[in-house]
Design a protein around this ligand. Structure first.
Ligand SMILES: [Zn+2]
Length: 193
C-alpha cells in the first residue's frame, strides 16, 4: 500500500496452530519491505516464549513491546504507535474486553495507520472471544485461518484443551502449547456437558 492512503484494519483469526502469528509477521514484514515503520504489541499475560520477541511455531521472531491487558495499556500503546506506519497486535483475545483496545486500534486506522491484529476465534469451550467478535466487525480485511484436525485431518476451527489425553474444561485462560491443546474440526470437537 502506498504512503498517504488511508489506513486499514486487518483481522487475522482462527484456532490455535492455524498460523495466525506467522501471518501477522508476514504482513508486518511486507510493510517493512515497503519502507514503512512497524510496531508490534503482545499481551503481558503471554510469556510462552519470551517477553521481548513474538515467536512463531516456525521459529521466526520479531521484537515486540509487551503491554498490559487493561485500560492502562493505552497510553503506552499510543505513545509507541506514534512514529509507526503499521501497528501489529498479537493474541488480541487476551486484552480485557473493557480495555478499549479495539476502539483505540480502530482510531489508529482512521488516522492513516495500517492495523493488523491476530486473535483466537474461540475459547476451549467453543465460545467466541469478545475482542475477536469486535475485531471482525470493524475489519476492512479478514484472514480466517484453519488448522488440521488432530482426530480426522479435516480443516479445524476449534481449539480443544487436553489434559492427560482427555478433553478438559475449566478456567478460560490457560497458557499452553501442543501439550495442552489440539486443533479439532466441528465434528470432532467436544463441548462441555
Ligand atoms: Zn475432525
Amino acid at each position: 500500500m502506498a504512503k498517504g492512503e488511508s489506513g486499514r484494519f486487518v483481522t487475522i483469526t482462527g484456532p490455535m496452530f492455524s498460523g495466525k502469528t506467522s501471518r501477522l509477521i508476514e504482513l508486518l514484514e511486507r510493510e517493512q519491505y515497503a519502507g514503512r515503520k512497524i510496531i508490534l504489541f503482545k499481551p503481558a499475560i503471554d510469556n510462552r516464549y519470551s517477553t521481548v520477541n513474538v515467536s512463531t511455531h516456525k521459529g521466526i521472531t520479531l521484537p515486540a513491546v509487551v503491554a498490559p491487558i487493561g485500560k492502562e495499556a493505552l497510553p503506552l500503546m499510543r505513545e509507541r504507535s506514534n512514529s509507526a506506519d503499521a501497528v501489529g497486535v498479537d493474541e488480541l483475545q487476551f486484552w480485557k474486553s473493557d480495555s478499549g483496545v479495539i476502539e483505540f486500534l480502530e482510531g489508529l486506522s482512521d488516522s492513516g495507520k495500517n492495523v493488523y491484529v491476530a486473535t483466537l476465534n474461540r475459547d476451549h469451550t467453543g465460545r467466541p472471544f469478545e475482542n475477536t467478535t469486535k475485531a471482525l466487525s470493524v475489519a476492512d480485511e479478514i484472514h480466517m485461518l484453519t488448522a488440521v484436525c488432530a482426530k480426522c485431518g479435516a480443516d479445524a476451527t476449534f481449539s480443544q484443551r487436553i489434559l492427560n489425553g482427555k478433553e478438559s474444561f475449566g478456567k478460560r485462560i490457560v497458557i499452553g502449547g501442543k501439550e495442552s491443546y489440539e486443533p479439532r474440526c466441528r465434528n470432532c470437537f467436544v463441548r462441555p456437558k
